[in-house]
Design a binder for this molecule. Structure first.
Ligand SMILES: [Zn+2]
Ligand SMILES: [Zn+2]
Length: 823
């Protein structure tokens, strides 16, 4: 071995160097022309460029980068793409805030430009973080969902789904954010606990002096009240069912109806049904065919149907109505309460339910197929499957896919001005923006009209990102895209199973009738050191660059891999990262030692090494380790893989083996050259094995050591392109006898060293005579086999092994074996 490892190990220099070189060398390129190796495709979720690659992303990307690297070493042609999911509400909201405008204050193209500029800035920041984390992404695959190339795919998928009958237009109640002025999907509604006020309002019964008391948190919806409901068997109110009752403020009479959704114990047990206070109202209205009175505009103000309250915001209207109720003597009392309300995921504004013409994808008819596919898929961990199934089954409405926004993929659609006929873009027209271009037809196929109205809505951003499994595979541009479809793994955070995993599923089922991924790898949330969800407001937030700047990528990846069971929430603790960093230093120092000891060593295939018991012992243990790590990585148990490798490297290889063979290394004249060569061979082999097993988790340090010590002989371009170790190598195989013998010899060495330490003697203190009472003939023979390493390591001038029990210090954990040392 000609090169030496430098004493100084600068994590940051090494990591940056390899990140550049890997890209230059094209180590992680997928080879589409290679038809011999099996493919392994990762459905990398294109992140929403928020500018911040947070510790949750570090956890997520580490998981699937470990999988990518492992599969590459297993001989797979790994496809690891990376895109950016650009469109969407949060960027628009940000642009509106930074420029202090609303979306319609500026021309759409100008607004789009601003969005694109913001996105590009964020992509650059996130890309830098992914590279700094050492992810083995094939950057030649990089894409942006806001580019025309990608518009084409989203629009094409819409046209296909339309033709297959999965798309419809309809007026159906939708979740509506009045601030963002757009429909939003169920998955974009967050639920928050907020303080509200329950108003007890008197509703006079028709033809009677009596009234019923109704408790509501939303008196501003009185003008939209279309019925009053009670629980069917509620004895207090049963007699009133089918009677009419006056709605205060609105001064209309509505019917009292029985409804099982009424909770008799809430408020007074009488509720008003409004269009719409919540989803329960939607169900009751549909079931009873009640009229619909929408009193809100798209920006959340009361419209003309609200009478004198028209033009007020909901909050203003609430105040005014409460005041009027009080004046009329109809407000009996108020009470404050904690309530759960739905708010916009992007801006936190309470969500309303409005009716507006929208485009829908028929998702509910796919529920059985989603359940079937979820059961076929391998989930890591398995119990996550039920999250997808429960979510699919819980959905009341189809997916509303249109949005009344600017920064999104346009819906490729026009309407005949004369007869209203829908003109759907043809497959070869896309990408197209119907706001800028006319349909490429002469006249309306139905009425011959020549004027068309453009669809101004855009797609929900999930329409872009929910086709990635097919897009990554190369659909529709590569004829052989089905080679990479379904994806081998779809990685997802536990919090986005209901969106990402679900939308991918329904979209691909609708388009191709097939599940889009074979397995789903779930990561939990990152918690603060205090065990609570990491968040800036809780002051337990740690930014990724801070961690990478302090300890580098390989240490951070060790935290991610070892933090906990896959799928569980993982706390971020600085000591965990620091431990990872100390492990790297330990590994480096061990490699330096090995490298120095191998200066005169040439690895030779043909040589029959004279392996000693401890050499065979560690080689067998290295093989067992390989099996454990392989099993763990096959089942995505990263924490087990990490702990096994670290324990072996630190405690078995460094603390035990290296210490026990130093004397043999230093004194070839005494022990014989061939016994030294056996150590050299063993060190060379075991260190290489450690590097290979570690490579998926700590890619940089392992590459650096590999390139200096092994690249010439092993002749793989990178450790990451070296084949995963298999047990058929000449000396490296599980040997239970060798392990049993080695364990015993190592126990003797450890106990003698422990005694010296307890007596506060230096470890190199000479022992004049070491007597070992082996307790039996067999054990005595084993110890005799290892006596050279024992006496060398313990500095015993004389060693005597007796096959009987005797006096002295017990050698743990062997209760029959003792020793006496004369110093
Ligand atoms: Zn909003
Ligand atoms: Zn027409």
């Amino acid at each position: 071995m000609k090169q030496a490892l430098p004493r100084r190990f600068n994590v940051f220099e090494v990591e940056e160097k390899w990140q550049k070189k890997w890209e230059e060398m094209g180590v992680y390129r997928f080879d589409r022309d290679d038809k011999t190796r099996p493919t392994f495709s990762i459905d990398t979720p294109p992140p929403y460029p928020s500018g911040e690659f947070h510790m949750g992303n570090v956890l997520n990307w580490t998981y699937f980068d470990v999988v990518a690297r492992y599969k590459r070493m297993r001989g797979c042609n790994v496809f690891f793409p990376q895109g950016w999911d650009c469109h969407g509400l949060s960027i628009e909201v940000e642009v509106e805030r930074t420029h202090n405008i609303r979306k319609r204050d500026v021309p759409p193209d100008k607004f789009r430009k601003w969005c694109e500029q913001t996105i590009e800035k964020y992509i650059a920041m996130m890309k830098n973080s992914i590279i700094r984390l050492g992810c083995s992404v094939d950057w030649s695959t990089e894409y942006r969902t806001m580019s025309p190339d990608y518009w084409k795919l989203t629009q094409l998928s819409f046209i296909m789904s339309y033709k297959k009958g999965f798309i419809y237009q309809g007026t159906h109640p939708v979740n509506w954010c009045p601030r963002c002025e757009t429909a939003i999907a169920d998955a974009e509604v967050d639920y928050e606990q907020r303080k509200g006020t329950l108003h007890y309002i008197r509703f006079p019964l028709e033809n009677s002096e009596e009234h019923l008391l109704i408790a509501t948190t939303r008196p501003e919806l009185l003008p939209a009240c279309v019925a009053v409901a009670v629980y069917p068997t509620d004895d207090r109110y049963r007699k009133h069912v089918s009677r009419k009752i006056y709605v205060p403020i609105a001064n209309r009479a509505v019917e009292i109806i029985p409804d099982e959704m009424v909770e008799p114990s809430f408020g007074t047990g009488v509720v008003m049904i409004c269009t719409y206070g919540d989803k329960a109202d939607v169900k009751t209205v549909l079931k009873n065919k009640l009229p619909v009175i929408i009193i809100l505009t798209e920006n959340g103000e009361i419209n003309e149907k609200g009478g004198k309250y028209a033009g007020l915001s909901t909050a203003e209207a609430r105040k005014a109505i409460v005041k009027d109720l009080e004046a009329a003597g109809l407000l009996e009392k108020t009470k404050s309460l904690q309530q759960e309300i739905g708010v916009c995921h992007r801006c936190g504004t309470p969500v309303e339910i409005l009716e507006r013409e929208q485009w829908f994808l028929k998702t509910r008819i796919l529920t059985d197929k989603v359940v079937e596919a979820a059961n076929e898929i391998t989930w890591y961990p398995d119990y996550m499957k039920s999250r997808l199934i429960d979510w699919a089954r819980s959905l009341d409405w189809d997916w509303v896919i249109s949005r009344q926004r600017v920064f999104g993929t346009p819906i490729p659609m026009w309407y005949c001005k004369n007869c209203g006929e829908i003109i759907l873009a043809k497959e070869n027209w896309v990408p197209i923006d119907p706001k800028l271009e006319k349909p490429k037809i002469e006249k309306c196929p139905k009425c011959g009209g020549i004027d068309f109205i453009s669809e101004t809505d855009v797609f929900d951003t999930w329409m872009d990102s929910s086709i990635t499994c097919a897009v990554h595979a190369g659909w529709p541009n590569h004829e052989d895209w089905r080679r990479l479809f379904p994806a081998d793994v779809h990685p997802s955070g536990i919090d986005i199973i209901r969106t990402w995993a679900y939308y991918l599923m329904v979209r691909h089922l609708a388009l191709f009738g097939e599940k889009p991924y074979k397995s789903c790898l779930i990561n939990g949330m990152v918690l603060g050191a205090d065990g609570r969800k990491m968040s800036k407001s809780l002051k337990n937030y740690v930014a990724t660059p801070e961690v990478l700047d302090k300890y580098g990528a390989d240490a951070s990846r060790q935290w991610a891999a070892s933090g906990g069971v896959t799928g569980s929430d993982i706390p971020f603790r600085w000591p965990d990262v620091e431990y990872g960093w100390r492990f790297l230093i330990k590994l480096w120092n061990a490699a330096r030692f090995v490298c120095n000891q191998l200066k005169d060593y040439e690895p030779k295939e043909s040589v029959e090494y004279v392996l000693q018991p401890l050499d065979k012992w560690i080689l067998s243990k290295a093989e067992k380790l390989t099996k454990k790590v392989t099993d763990a990585l096959e089942t995505c148990q990263f924490n087990i893989a990490m702990e096994e490798i670290r324990n072996f490297t630190w405690h078995v290889f460094c603390d035990c083996y290296i210490e026990a063979v130093k004397d043999r290394l230093y004194k070839p004249d005494f022990y014989g050259k061939e016994k030294r060569e056996a150590v050299q061979y063993t060190l060379y082999t075991v260190l290489y094995r450690i590097l290979q097993l570690l490579a998926p988790i700590t890619p940089h340090v392992t590459e650096e050591i590999y390139q200096i010590m092994y690249a010439e002989e092993k002749s793989h371009k990178s450790v990451h392109l070296s084949p995963w170790p298999t047990p058929d190598e000449k000396h490296v195989h599980v040997d239970e006898t060798a392990e049993k013998h080695g364990d015993l010899i190592m126990a003797v060495i450890t106990e003698v060293r422990r005694e010296k330490a307890e007596k506060r003697m230096p470890l190199n203190t000479q022992i004049k005579k070491l007597i070992i009472y082996a307790g039996g003939k067999d054990t005595a023979e084993i110890i005799m086999e290892g006596r050279e390493d024992i006496s060398g390591t313990c500095k015993a001038a004389n060693i005597e092994v007796l096959p009987k029990k005797g006096e002295g210090r017990e050698i743990k954990p062997y209760s029959d074996i003792q020793f006496l040392a004369e110093y």
